[in-house]
Design a protein around this ligand. Structure first.
Ligand code: PXG
Length: 451
């Protein structure tokens, strides 16, 4: 144990000296030392000191098939030997990227048949921004350039991604958002519902889109972008009337609808895509994360035939990445999808494990410190509140979520805190027994937080 502890301390010291972490207060992290994760298997992680954790977040919402899947390793190794790299510029292609494009076209909703590849969700959304503007220019409406998004949305960390996103702390740094992006209210009943019903919040949040389109002028609005369920914002499942209204407004004003499926895609909501779960008919879809279960970095933008035809009319689309359709990443994605399909993982989630998880989570609703339980498929949020009389109207975010997260870790569970909401997005292969373990640990941690 001492040796393990010393090895871990050494890595922490080097990490503090040389590694800049994402979304991190570096001096604070240096003082406590980063958690050193050294291995993983199934739904479990281990740190350098030998502690085991149930990964309630599937890494960062991405390890859908769980850790340690030999099939993905073998597929990547074989591809690395055959052709470790080649590009898809200058009229070339290669077998894994062709196969993956066809597979994605087969899985995505009807009418979405062509894919532009990149390496992350942020790059996918940068591509979305350039693509929708180029589309409208190509079909003779170059004034349609503005993209409408939502407050508290997360669409990535690049300049376009963070601008499309609606995270205020991100906008405060680096002169964001960039021009031509507007934000409207999110359909978050718990935070913004006041005395309204969920359905009323659905109408109000959708009406905000129509109002914004009218204020800007429909002839200037290129697209509306949204996550089917907001993930990083706090697992915000919209009221059931929200998406049908949004769909109607987008078609009424000829505004492209972009579904950011980076978290919701590849089984997370109990269907292949969030668009299936909420019956959304998008013009473009951003994908990443679950596409390869995070084994290698790959993302993409899937476009409808209408958008593809429009882009075709515009000649060269002057956009692309060295690693667009990287062969080893495409091989990882293909092997990952093969596992999802052959083991019927999405079907199992829909029929068995997601209903079980949601039932277990709903039991938290009677807890005096849980103000709201949100969830769909393998996504969940337990909104912590100070006490029974503070259930909704007295809610003010504080450090409770961070404290609960620390208790979770001490109890061997990784949960993410978004303000005071405790978030779950476990690997899709989690079993019912492991869901029991997860919920027991979460309950114990919540009890300790408020003790
Ligand atoms: N869109 C959505 C909906 C996302 O959730 C991105 C785009 C950007 O993807 P990349 O691959 O560029 O990170 C994301 C990413 C968190 C957290 O703490 C969430 C994400 C990334 C990192 C942290 O919840 N989502």
């Amino acid at each position: 144990m001492d040796n393990l502890h010393n090895a871990s301390a050494h890595l922490q010291e080097l990490d503090a000296r040389h590694h800049l972490h994402p979304f991190t207060d570096s001096p604070a992290l240096s003082r406590r030392g980063a958690r050193v994760i050294t291995k993983a298997d199934g739904v479990y992680l281990w740190d350098a000191e030998g502690n085991q954790f149930l990964d309630g977040m599937a890494g960062l919402w991405c390890v859908n098939v769980g850790y340690g899947r030999r099939e993905i390793l073998d597929a990547v190794a074989a591809q690395m030997q055959q052709l470790p790299y080649y590009n898809t510029f200058f009229q070339t292609t290669h077998p894994p990227v062709v196969e993956l494009s066809a597979k994605i076209a087969e899985l995505t909703p009807e009418g979405l048949n062509r894919v532009f590849f990149c390496s992350s969700g942020s790059e996918a959304n940068d591509t979305v921004l350039r693509m929708v503007r180029h589309y409208w220019a190509s079909v003779g409406e170059p004034s349609k350039t503005v993209v409408i998004s939502r407050e508290n949305a997360y669409h990535g960390s690049t300049m376009a991604g963070a601008s499309l996103g609606g995270m205020k702390p991100m906008h405060k740094q680096g002169g964001l958002p960039i021009e031509g992006i507007e934000h409207i209210m999110q359909p978050h009943w718990f935070l913004h519902g006041d005395d309204l019903s969920e359905a009323d919040v659905g109408v109000k949040a959708a009406q905000a889109l129509e109002d914004k389109i009218l204020a800007i002028g429909a002839d200037k609005v290129a697209a509306f972008i949204a996550e089917p369920v907001q993930g990083a914002g706090g697992v915000i499942v919209p009221p059931s009337n929200y998406w049908p209204l949004i769909q109607e407004i987008c078609s009424k004003y000829n505004v492209l609808l972009v579904a950011d499926e980076v978290i919701c895609g590849f089984g997370r909501t109990g269907n292949w895509f969030g668009c299936n779960t909420f019956d959304i008919k998008p013009d473009l879809m951003a994908i990443a994360k679950g596409l390869s279960s995070g084994y290698l970095p790959i993302g993409g933008v899937v476009v409808s035939d209408r958008v593809a035809d429009g882009l075709d009319a515009g000649g060269d689309f002057n956009h692309g990445y060295t690693y667009s359709g990287h062969p080893a990443c495409a091989a990882a994605a293909l092997a990952n999808i093969e596992i999802l399909q052959s083991e019927k993982i999405v079907e199992k989630v829909a029929k068995t494990t997601a209903p079980y998880l949601q039932k277990k989570l709903s039991e938290f609703a009677s807890h005096p410190n849980v103000g709201q339980v949100r969830g769909v498929g393998m996504l969940g949020a337990l909104q912590l509140v100070p006490g029974s009389e503070g259930k909704k109207s007295f809610y003010k975010p504080d450090e409770t979520g961070v404290s609960c997260r620390e208790h979770c870790l001490a109890n061997g569970l990784v949960m993410r805190a978004v303000d005071d909401a405790m978030i779950l997005s476990p690997p899709l292969v989690i079993s019912e027994t492991q869901i029991d373990e997860l919920c027991e640990k979460a309950l114990k941690s919540i009890e300790q937080t408020f003790a």
